[in-house]
Design a protein around this ligand. Structure first.
Ligand code: DGY
Length: 382
């Protein structure tokens, strides 16, 4: 990476912040420059190595905003610390690429960008569900290939989802938003696996069911189970929304695929390694009516051999959060995390809504610091 691929904004700023990719919108840069930061932004779209990022940090760097494609571990946090760094924010809600323990050891605050991706990511999971169920990508290729000779009774038969059962694995913010969209939109029953009950989701579905019955329609149900297997055996559609860690790596494997219905739909917009992708390829080969929608891949940007050739799999390049509103919101939150730490502000409440940071009069706080307690950062109290 040549020096010419880095652009410096506000060179007079007293605190140097490194941003490893250009971010959408203008507000994020204002937030940093108003916090007296000189901002070095990498203009290249290449994925940077730890060495390249380390070189950009150099010997003077107060904070950094990095990407989920970068290995933020001992090497980078030690370099950042030695350069005088105190703040890092991932430009993502997920932070499996960040060794938070190591960052805490170096006294570096780690931020992420929750809240602004919730509906956007859930919408993509819904889009993949429909695309898989109704064979949209296959049919598109067929049309473009000039193969359409006229309407036929059995052309591209797919799955009707209304009134069937949707399964969700991981009912946090995004999983719950997906569940609501599917239940509310398609009157599906929900079965979900999560170590913790999602009370708000359960209450919403119970109230929706009462509403439907008041209109003379059938009820919808919602049930949490302690068993991933039960979700897989019961549901017609399963969407994966867990955080990636050692407990969820290859959560979906050959044995678990075999429990699913022959014509089930599986969607993954969480993290690729949650699925054993080689086993998925094999399962899809053996079960042509099993359909899959994938936003994420085990070894991004690669795909396991055979995946791209499967007609029963719809694939998109990790774009579930890719709307302008969301990506600009993520940039604002990441910049606010770094600017707030460098300004000595407290951390916003854990799991508290982050909307106030998107307005004109944001709180003097860091919107989301995942290791606030470990680095001794106070919580915002107004
Ligand atoms: C995230 O934020 O974790 C998504 O995967 C990318 O937006």
């Amino acid at each position: 990476m040549s020096d010419s691929e880095w652009r410096t904004h506000n060179p007079a700023g007293s605190r140097r912040v490194v941003v490893t990719k250009q971010l959408p919108g203008a507000r994020w840069l204002q937030i940093l420059t108003q916090a007296d930061c000189e901002v070095a932004v990498c203009a290249s779209t290449e994925i940077l190595s730890a060495e390249e990022i380390g070189a950009a940090i150099g010997d003077r760097c107060a904070g950094a905003i990095g990407q989920l494609t970068e290995p933020w571990g001992e090497a980078l946090f030690a370099t950042l610390k030695a350069a005088g760094g105190r703040a890092y924010s991932n430009y993502a809600v997920g932070y499996n690429n960040v060794d938070v323990e190591v960052a805490s050891k170096h006294g570096i605050c780690v931020g992420n960008t929750p809240g602004v991706l919730t509906e956007t990511t859930a919408e993509m999971a819904v889009a993949l569900t429909f695309a898989a169920a109704r064979r949209v990508a296959e049919a598109d290729v067929f049309m473009r290939g000039g193969e359409y000779r006229g309407w036929l009774p059995k052309l591209f038969l797919g799955e009707r989802l209304t009134g069937r059962t949707v399964g969700v694995i991981g009912a946090g913010r995004i999983g719950a938003a997906y569940a609501r969209m599917m239940v509310e939109g398609l009157k599906m029953d929900l079965i979900y696996f999560d170590p913790y009950p999602n009370q708000a989701l359960e209450e919403f579905i119970a109230a929706y069911s009462v509403f439907l019955q008041g209109r003379g329609e059938g009820p919808v149900s919602c049930r949490r189970t302690d068993s991933v297997e039960e979700v897989l055996q019961t549901a017609d559609v399963v969407s994966l929304h867990p955080a990636l860690d050692e407990t969820t790596h290859h959560l979906m494997n050959a044995q678990r695929f075999s429990l699913m219905k022959e014509n089930a739909i599986l969607v993954n917009a969480s993290r690729g390694p949650v699925v054993d992708e080689a086993a998925l390829v094999e399962h899809c080969r053996q079960h042509p009516d099993f359909r899959v929608g994938l936003d994420v891949f085990e070894d991004e940007p690669e795909m396991k051999p055979g995946l791209a050739e499967l007609a029963n799999v719809v694939i998109v390049p990790h774009i579930a959060s890719a709307t302008s509103w969301t990506r600009e919101g993520m940039a604002i939150l990441a910049a606010s995390n770094v600017a707030a730490v460098l300004s000595g502000f407290a951390a916003w409440g854990e799991n508290q809504e982050v909307e106030p940071f998107l307005g004109d009069d944001p709180p003097k706080a860091a919107p989301s610091i995942v290791n606030a307690e470990a680095v001794g950062m106070a919580r915002y109290s107004g």
